[in-house]
Every structure is written in structure tokens, then in C-alpha cells.
Design a protein around this ligand. Structure first.
Ligand SMILES: Cc1cc2nc3c(=O)[nH]c(=O)nc-3n(C[C@H](O)[C@H](O)[C@H](O)COP(=O)(O)OP(=O)(O)OC[C@H]3O[C@@H](n4cnc5c(N)ncnc54)[C@H](O)[C@@H]3O)c2cc1C
Length: 144
């Protein structure tokens, strides 16, 4: 796939945890029309977390990664970019910039960067989100 597309992704998801992966898969399964891109700072293939903290650490199962999707056919339509951190978000131009210098345009964006607070606030111009308080340690900037 084009690594620096000029055509926007129908859906761009940031984060490859359960929220991000299931959002991307749901879009595909619902017949979402555009191409889907999932960008994640996580370098590893998406995996189920609970088995690691239960069966594996308890010594009941070997340390094997459990696939996160029961039906993995959706992956064929998802442009998965692992080990790639989003540094900046421009909601006016509907683009994100990644740490490898790419600009990824989108029609719809889902932030699924997890529960850790510092990753959220500074991404979004304040006028667009009253839900996120400014962080003292922003991970990304809102414009560039
Ligand atoms: C080993 C382990 C075991 C767990 N076991 C359980 C359990 O048994 N029961 C339970 O209830 N919960 C468990 N949890 C917690 C549960 O997994 C979390 O609640 C859940 O992962 C949250 O999902 P999420 O998709 O919202 O965020 P996360 O899983 O945190 O995913 C966030 C994603 O965003 C990415 N990201 C963040 N910032 C950026 C950025 N700037 N650019 C690009 N990507 C970015 C991260 O790399 C990551 O892929 C476990 C967690 C772990 C790690």
C-alpha cells in the first residue's frame, strides 16, 4: 500500500489495543467504504492482554500471543503500521503526522491510545474537545 497516500483513509485509528483493533474491524465488517489504516506505537502484532496476565504469568500456559480477533479476515483490509507513533494531529486539515515523517489524511479518526492520560489532551485543539484537560506532559502537538 502507498506509504504516504494523498487519498484520505476512510478510517484512521491510532492505537492497536483492543479498542483500536475492534473499532477498525467493526468498520470493515460493517462495510465501511474507505481504506482503513491502524497506526500504533506498539511494535508487536495486536494481542489479547488478559491471557498474558493470567494463564501465562501463572505458569499455566506457554508465553504465546493470543490473536485479538476471533475472525481475522478483517486484517486483509487494514493497513497496519506498527512501531509508528503519531506525533501531531491537525483536525482542520484532517491529517496526522507520524514519527517517521509521514502525513496520513483521513475522513474519520479514532483515538484509541489507551487510558494513560498524557497521550490524550494536547492532540486536539481545545475548541474541538472539552473532554480532555490540557496535560503538562503532552505526547504530541495539535498542529505543525
Ligand atoms: C499484559 C496485560 C494484561 C491485562 N490483563 C487484563 C485483564 O485480565 N483484565 C482487564 O480488565 N484488563 C487487563 N489489562 C488491561 C486492559 O488490557 C486495558 O484496559 C486495555 O488494554 C485498554 O485497551 P485500549 O485499547 O483502550 O488501550 P491500550 O491497550 O492501552 O492500547 C493503546 C494503544 O495506543 C498506542 N498508542 C499510544 N499513544 C500512541 C501514539 N502517540 N501514536 C501511536 N500509537 C499510540 C499504544 O501503543 C497501544 O497500542 C491488561 C493489560 C496488559 C498490558
Amino acid at each position: 500500500m502507498d506509504s504516504n497516500p494523498t487519498q484520505p483513509f476512510g478510517l484512521l485509528v491510532i492505537g492497536s489495543g483492543p479498542a483500536g483493533v475492534h473499532a477498525a474491524a467493526a468498520y470493515v465488517e460493517a462495510g465501511g467504504p474507505g481504506p482503513v489504516c491502524l497506526v500504533s506505537a506498539d511494535p508487536d502484532e495486536p494481542y489479547q492482554r488478559p491471557p498474558l496476565s493470567k494463564a501465562v504469568l501463572g505458569g499455566k500456559e506457554p508465553a504465546e500471543v493470543t490473536p485479538i480477533l476471533e475472525d481475522d479476515s478483517a486484517w486483509a483490509r487494514i493497513d497496519l503500521r506498527l512501531g509508528t507513533r503519531v506525533e501531531a494531529l491537525d483536525t482542520d486539515r484532517r491529517r496526522v503526522r507520524t514519527d517517521d515523517g509521514q502525513e496520513l489524511p483521513y475522513d474519520r479518526l479514532i483515538l484509541a491510545t489507551g487510558p494513560s492520560r498524557p497521550h490524550c489532551p494536547e492532540w486536539i485543539p481545545v475548541r474541538r474537545s472539552s473532554r480532555c484537560a490540557p496535560s503538562s506532559t503532552p505526547a504530541v502537538s495539535s498542529t505543525w
